[in-house]
Design a protein around this ligand. Structure first.
Ligand code: DC
Length: 234
């Protein structure tokens, strides 16, 4: 089998992580969530009191920062300077800071280099904002997952569940819109579909529909019949 590279890009809440995780399990690929790397770096910037708008401060900080992703069946374990920060990178403050630190070209160049290294052997589903456009412009398959802002904030709200009791849907929806705006309009590699990406609008589709569509395209690319789903995959 070829060592495939599958790129999945799209805005927050479009279902990228869930799709990437299931796809990786189904085809025995590594799932790498690049957003978690920006989040881990944002967590460090906040802890070290470096302003997410301070490009040179962040660049200095990046020189002494070590970030690793360890794929597990339930998602990526995120290691920051040797410590597991997986449980600390999803709150609203870190989420906004991740989007803020990601506008700086030097930070992006550093992250892109790490991501290219991590995916260099292929056999990966890499998920983010610029995978098909910048990180792996020659990826075998590129998907751009989208959905209406309303559908995305509704899904985020449902996912948050008990974790964020007290966070209203209005707060989630505002947070998502702010991030969308910044991620789509930044000068350096803004969020947009690659010219050869397959764009899927999942506003009116459920996970099974999105997955079976993507799985059939991946299986076709591999030139094989899709293997049986791994345990736990839908
Ligand atoms: O995918 P996510 O929501 O965990 O990403 C958090 C932020 O990181 C997102 O708002 C923008 C940034 N990001 C990016 O600029 N490029 C990527 N490949 C992944 C994430």
């Amino acid at each position: 089998m070829r060592r495939l590279i599958v790129a999945i890009d799209g805005p927050a809440g479009a279902g990228k992580s869930t799709v990437a995780r299931h796809l990786a399990a189904h085809f025995g690929l590594l799932n790498l969530e690049t957003g978690a790397m920006y989040r881990a770096f944002a967590l460090k910037a906040l802890a070290e009191k470096v302003d997410p708008a301070d490009a040179s401060g962040l660049e200095r900080l990046s020189a002494s920062t070590h970030i690793e992703l360890e794929p597990t069946p339930s998602g990526n374990r995120v290691m920051l300077d040797g410590a597991d920060v997986t449980g600390s990178i999803r709150d609203v403050e870190v989420t906004q800071a991740a989007s803020q630190v990601s506008v700086h070209p030097a930070i992006r160049a550093w992250m892109v280099g790490l991501q290219q290294q991590m995916g260099s052997h292929g056999g990966v589903v890499m998920e983010g904002r610029d995978i098909g456009t910048v990180v792996f412009p020659d990826a075998d398959l590129k998907f751009f997952l989208d959905a209406s802002p309303e559908a995305r904030s509704q899904r985020r709200y449902e996912q948050a569940g008990a974790d964020t009791s007290g966070v209203t849907q209005t707060v989630i929806s505002k947070e998502l819109r702010e991030r969308d705006e910044r991620d789509r309009n930044r000068a350096e590699s803004p969020l947009r579909p690659a010219s050869d990406a397959i764009v899927i609008d999942s506003t009116r589709m459920d996970l099974e529909e999105v997955l079976s569509h993507i799985e059939s395209l991946v299986a076709e690319k591999l030139g094989t019949t899709a293997p049986q789903a791994a345990p736990g995959a839908p």
